[in-house]
Design a protein around this ligand. Structure first.
Ligand code: AMP
Length: 304
């Protein structure tokens, strides 16, 4: 089934207890697209980069089945830049720099060839841009999944609330869920957030897994305990890409199938953190993905 992805395509600079990087390839849309490409192709990407972006990175995305017709290149401007530093626990981080650059006035143009879209993934971007994408599609997709972050809660809460009201699934981390709902209990926060519009809510808890909520039901997917976590950047987006990619492949968005999708998303995210940036998910085989999904099945299954 056709999948449309929007989200930042960026340069990131990272500091972790294990090392530092200069500007490397990053961005929510890039992680989502690469992750989803393990399940469906092509991935129709809508995003924007500056003249400083590398042609080789665009070529790499294309080799993974990402259609870049909707990737605008603003020759005289700079790409979005984000710099983050991770604390020793590797589960929490601080944003040191956010330079919106080309994202500041991004007009998301949807190529005509993208119009037939069954699954829409609104990756992290300004919420009014996410909303424009929904409005510019002639037909509403079967399923709209949205990811966002505290940055937008802090500077564009009204826009964010309007966009949240239009989506089927919202994916955020635990800290953001608490901030959005104003409630410490994740169960209560989930109720409040689902009352804002989304029928399904995913709360990501980093190395502690993810929760999927729908009405009174809740499903828990663990994270795989890894010996080494090198760089968690993009894990949330990789999770979202795996989640929607699996749903688009199976074309089934029942709660039961969403459980499988959450496990597939978690499996891909577990690869993402093993190396800096997207390095690990660029070089991933189908067998590796299948084996890891099986590790998740083994991790949480028991007899009673
Ligand atoms: P994650 O680790 O899954 O939360 O996502 C990290 C990615 O999000 C990085 O590659 C950043 O480039 C991107 N990012 C960080 N802040 C923003 C923002 N305000 N808008 C869009 N993308 C962002």
């Amino acid at each position: 089934m056709s999948l449309l992805v929007i989200g930042s395509v960026a340069f990131d600079a990272l500091e972790t207890p294990f090392g530092k990087t200069d500007k490397i390839l990053g961005g929510a849309g890039m992680f989502i697209a690469l992750a989803a490409s393990n399940f469906v192709k092509p991935i129709n990407l809508v995003s924007v980069v500056g003249g400083d972006f590398l042609q080789s990175d665009i070529a790499m995305m294309q080799e993974h089945g990402v259609n870049t017709e909707g990737l605008q290149i603003k020759e005289n401007e700079k790409s979005f830049f984000w710099k983050g530093r991770y604390f020793n626990d590797m589960n929490s981080r601080e944003t040191l720099v956010t330079e919106l650059n080309v994202l500041g006035d991004f007009d998301p143009i949807i190529p005509e060839s993208y119009q037939d879209c069954s699954y829409l993934m609104l990756g992290n971007l300004a919420p009014q841009v996410q909303k424009q994408v929904i409005e510019r599609l002639k037909n509403r997709p079967k399923l709209v999944v949205m990811d966002t972050m505290n940055f937008w809660m802090n500077i564009a809460l009204d826009d964010l609330m309007q966009t949240i009201a239009l989506v089927d699934v919202l994916s955020i981390n635990d800290e953001e869920a608490r901030q959005l709902a104003g409630d410490y209990s994740l169960r209560k926060a989930a109720k409040k957030i689902m009352a804002m519009g989304p029928k399904f809510l995913i709360i990501k808890k980093g190395e502690h897994g993810a929760l999927l909520f729908h009405e009174e039901q809740v499903f828990f997917a663990p994270a795989l305990p890894l010996e080494e976590v090198f760089d968690p950047t993009g894990a949330g987006d990789t999770f979202a890409g795996g989640f929607i990619g699996y749903l688009a492949k199976t074309d089934d968005y029942s709660f039961e199938n969403m459980k499988r999708a959450v496990i597939h998303g978690s499996a891909l995210a577990s690869f993402c953190v093993e190396k800096f940036g997207p390095e690990r998910i660029i070089n991933l085989t189908e067998t590796e993905v299948q084996e890891r999904v099986q590790q998740f099945v083994n991790l949480a299954s028991f007899e009673i």
